[in-house]
Design a binder for this molecule. Sequence first.
Ligand code: PLP
Length: 221
Amino acid sequence: MEAEKIAENARQVLAEIPENVIVVAAAKTRTALEVKAVAEAGITHIGHNYVQEAQAMRNLMGVAYTWHMIGHIQANKTSRAVRLFDVIETVDSVELAEEIDKTCAKLGKVMPVFIEVNSGREENKAGIFPETASELVASLSGLQNLEIQGLMTMGPFVEDGEVLRPYFKRTRQLFDELKQMQQVNLKLKYLSMGMSDSYLVAIEEGANIVRIGTKIFGSRT
Ligand SMILES: *Cc1c(COP(=O)(O)O)cnc(C)c1O
């Protein structure tokens, strides 16, 4: 899609949401040129699912963006992901968190991470079930090179955003519960939920980060 149209779509999205909500432009399958166009509208948070593609894109785009990892991280790519991204939204195991922590220690970096919640409790889907979240958070308490700043959820794959409302509600509830925990590396402030078909519902349910691809860049072919 042309840059002009992308910027216009992005402006439209921004115009209909509250100012405190961060839009992460979901960049998978797009070109660097397309993704650059969102900056025109004032969007500076870029989300990517794949380490390699994100690396190439970032090289072409410069550094004035905040890069969010929103895809599943393969074990052998963790170190590269830590070097590349500013936020990792997809932590769903102690092993992954420990690996992130270890690389951060080497780099002298503290990584903001979100816990990915499988709010639909679906088999074969990334993220932890809501009822195990506090246990995971507690078991990360010794990791000094990451800071747990948020929760991220996808919910089941449906076109009607309204259908996702209960999953967003559940994740919001979990967010409020976990906030009560006292832990040095726990500073919950971000709730990342909602995509092109569901971001308005997600915001109503408390999201302050939405991840939007199709609505800004057009459909993925
Ligand atoms: C692709 C993707 C999005 C954006 O999806 P759209 O429906 O294109 O807006 C959001 N979050 C994640 C994790 C994604 O992979």
